[in-house]
Design a protein around this ligand. Sequence first.
Ligand SMILES: Cc1cc2nc3c(=O)[nH]c(=O)nc-3n(C[C@H](O)[C@H](O)[C@H](O)COP(=O)(O)OP(=O)(O)OC[C@H]3O[C@@H](n4cnc5c(N)ncnc54)[C@H](O)[C@@H]3O)c2cc1C
Length: 440
Amino acid sequence: MLLNRSERNFPRVIVIGAGFGGVELARRLKNKEVEVLLIDRNNYHTFQPLMYQVATGTLASDSISFPLRKMFKNQDNFRFRLAEVLRIDAEQKIVHTSVADYDYDYLVVATGATSNFFGNKEVEKYSLPMKNIVEALNIRSYMIQNLEEAVLRKNSEDRQRYLNFVVVGGGPTGVELSGAIAEYQQHMLKKDYPELSTYDMKVYLVEGTGKILGALSEKSSRDAERYLNELGVKVTLNTVVTGYDGNTVTLSSGEQIPSKTLLWGAGVMGQMPEGIDPAIIERGNRIRIDQQCRVEGLKDVYAIGDVSAMISEENPRGLPGVAPVAQQQGKYVAQHIMNILNNQETVDFKYFDKGSMATVGRNRAVVDMGSFHMKGFLAWATWMFVHLVSIFGFRNRVVTFVNWSIKFLTKNSGIRLIIHKYHRPETIKANEELQNLKTN
Ligand SMILES: Cc1cc2nc3c(=O)[nH]c(=O)nc-3n(C[C@H](O)[C@H](O)[C@H](O)COP(=O)(O)OP(=O)(O)OC[C@H]3O[C@@H](n4cnc5c(N)ncnc54)[C@H](O)[C@@H]3O)c2cc1C
């Protein structure tokens, strides 16, 4: 079944994925003579940079999510479909989804990235990644569940397993997550759980290379490591996780950490529907695109953001997987399509790098802008301002600001609720076996 075209019969642009790239592109096509059909498996956009604050209870999930239909309510040429895109047929110019098939004139793949476990099935099974809201909420529930379990354990060795939190990956996600957990340990653990001592809980950050925040400057990396140390995070560099059975984390150094919680922020890879020729898939499962964001070999198909790899002499590994790249490419492709439709010349995409930043708990952050480096409270205030103005929606900005202000004044990050209990794979299996026994 193909979706009927509107009476205006404008060319149809299908955008798969309502992340930073897809949303920017759809917005830029407002009031243009095209029909925009945005398809996503969720009916909301997620502001991923603040996901760690949902995982650690500072923000509620709806503070960093925005309903797509509300976002585009004033855009006449916009339609949304809640669906999983299954396959792209570039020859017939059709997108096959879980709800219907849609034909397009131009297609933009903006499906982002998912976690990469580098083939380690055991780690994939037992660790908790954080690439979407559901996963962030799983982490929130699971960490609190483990603290609740810890107070019930009499045996100290057994209890320690529930109090060791291991974060893998020293990029911004791992650094921000481990900093926030350590901050909870320092300021709140004792108040919430008088049975436990602050020193009982331990936070580890394991990074495979020789420094954390590898994409930032040497200074930022050093400062962030110092901040983590001050918060009591045990940072281990040049080490990878080689195994995890749900109870013990094994490191490449041979060290073993008894832990019920392994949080995975070590790698990402592009995610995409079927129909893309494997010959144009680059390292990190990303679609190779030319300097005008066009997918190699496919007519009228573009890819932007984390799912794409724009490789050049200047950037032999492609552009970084960050929100500004996706947004700038979204803006660029909207203009590119309009230029083609208006028989105007097209130019190559140029990425404008505005800088990078990461925060490490309260009052501490690092910021790089070109050769300029900032740290400490000023960097933290800059980080907060940049993130606050970037969140979609007035309500979300106000709620976030209020939550941050309360946390700043009280050191208390309020939302420690277990709404949906997180069940680990072995618990699910045990429950299923129990159920089978009962029914047989
Ligand atoms: C925890 C975390 C923290 C981050 N922090 C920062 C930061 O501080 N600064 C920064 O610049 N970047 C940060 N990033 C990276 C940044 O979020 C990404 O670079 C950015 O989201 C990429 O945008 P995108 O549009 O390519 O994809 P995404 O924003 O990932 O959006 C992809 C969309 O596609 C949808 N989708 C995927 N496949 C399908 C399908 N088959 N069918 C239907 N829908 C589909 C998904 O539901 C999603 O809505 C962070 C990422 C994470 C995970």
